[in-house]
Design a protein around this ligand. Structure first.
Ligand code: CP
Ligand code: NVA
Length: 307
């Protein structure tokens, strides 16, 4: 499959396009300025309607490394907040910039931007997807294990945007993924079904359950994410803390995975909630490799979509 025009979800990539991106990301990690001409004299607009540390700063840095200028705007700064339509905003930005990176709530809004946009649109996190994170996750797994096909990965916790994108990434990469979420917090059934359809072509397996111990048994990587994503109302906190408590990734749960299993988290983490300090700060944790790889995968993505 050819490279898509936009990246709205991980499954927009086919297995071959994904491999090409990961190869380029590894190349750019070793030789960061080798594509310095790709965005020369051009700008990329970053619109963030939710907070961000890693995504915004890694994209801005990646744009600079590719020779371009990042223009970051918050929700209150665009006329969008005063009623200008998504379509008119997208058409306008396309007259100035080479690409548009957007973090917001509704996936429908990002789809509308993409439909109206003649420049590449990149989803930098929505309520349902976080494709850029999943690219860095796969890069980190590949660095650790040399290959992705058949790797055993467990995801424990909320079936949220990060989980959805990991499910899709696993399907593309041929990973054996076991997901454990409390009842009522499983990943969306239609996303799982679409990933499973892809998995039939790649040899991946995607198992969704509610038993953390079973999910991590024999895993080479254990992944979790916050129990309180940015789109979750504060009013849900108490119910969520109670429902998710048995899903905490702690030393006892890690001990059920392979002895050399890595611990993964997209960050920011909440020590004492989804993960204990001894795990996230311990020797098995690769969370800052994941954070660093956000930069190299962002650069690879922009270099590919904008070339
Ligand atoms: N992992 C991630 O997307 O982090 P930020 O929210 O800091 O961008
Ligand atoms: N699931 C989290 C990821 C943050 C990077 C959220 O959406 O808030």
């Amino acid at each position: 499959m050819a490279m898509p025009r936009h990246l709205l979800r991980t499954l927009d990539l086919g297995p071959a396009a994904l491999t090409r991106l990961l190869d380029l990301a590894a190349h750019l990690k070793a030789d960061p300025f080798s594509r310095a001409g790709v965005l020369r004299n051009q700008s990329v607009v970053l619109y963030f309607n939710k907070p961000s540390t890693r995504t915004r700063i890694s994209f801005e840095t990646a744009i600079a490394r590719l020779g371009g200028t990042p223009i970051a705007v918050g929700a209150a700064e665009l006329q969008l907040g005063r009623g200008e339509t998504i379509e008119d905003t997208a058409r306008t930005i396309a007259r100035y910039a080479r690409a548009f990176v957007i973090r917001t709530y509704g996936d429908q809004d990002v789809a509308r931007f993409a439909a109206a946009s003649s420049i590449p649109v990149i989803n930098a996190l929505t309520d349902r997807h976080h494709p850029c994170q999943s690219l860095a996750d796969l890069m980190t797994l590949r660095e650790r294990y040399g290959s992705l096909k058949g790797r055993r990965v467990a995801y424990v916790g909320d079936g949220d945007n990060v989980c959805h994108s990991l499910v899709e990434a696993a399907a593309l990469a041929g990973i054996a993924l076991a997901v454990a979420c409390p009842r009522g917090y499983a990943p969306a059934a239609e996303i799982v079904a679409e990933a499973q359809a892809m998995a039939r072509h790649t040899g991946a397996t995607i198992a969704i359950g509610d038993d953390p111990a079973a999910a991590v048994a024999g895993a080479e990587a254990v992944y979790t994410d916050t129990w309180m994503s940015m789109n979750v109302p504060e009013s849900e906190r108490a119910a969520r803390l109670a429902a998710f408590a048995p899903f905490q990734v702690n030393a006892a749960l890690m001990a059920r995975a392979r002895p050399d299993a890595i611990f993964m988290h997209c960050l920011p983490d909440h020590r004492g909630e989804e993960v204990t300090a001894e795990v996230v700060d311990g020797p098995q944790s690769v969370v800052f490799d994941q954070a660093e790889n956000r930069l190299h995968t962002a650069a690879a993505l922009l270099a590919t979509l904008c070339d």
